[in-house]
Design a protein around this ligand. Structure first.
Ligand SMILES: [Zn+2]
Length: 85
């Protein structure tokens, strides 16, 4: 993601904005919420691009926390409700 010219896979635009978003990682019924995930967003269509290094770090933290080697900043409760249409 560093240095080279990037093109949006969807619309072909080359303008990106750096932003921080809330990212919800889940794996096998366990979760990790990252409140300040750095991403790049296509300025044209809004497609979100994640940095591979950042994703790797999220995964590393996920395992460290769920294996008890690291403490989360805090633990949040998430309500669940099935859709009934
Ligand atoms: Zn785009």
């Amino acid at each position: 993601m560093k240095g080279n010219e990037k093109k949006c896979n969807f619309c072909g635009a080359t303008r990106y904005e750096r932003r921080q978003i809330q990212y919800f990682y889940s794996r096998e019924g366990k979760y990790l919420l990252v409140p300040n995930m750095p991403v790049e967003v296509c300025a044209e269509c809004g497609m979100i691009y994640y940095d591979a290094e950042v994703l790797k770090e999220v995964e590393r933290r996920f395992f460290a926390i769920h294996e008890g080697r690291e403490q989360p900043d805090r633990v949040v409760e998430v309500p669940e409700k099935a859709i009934a249409l």
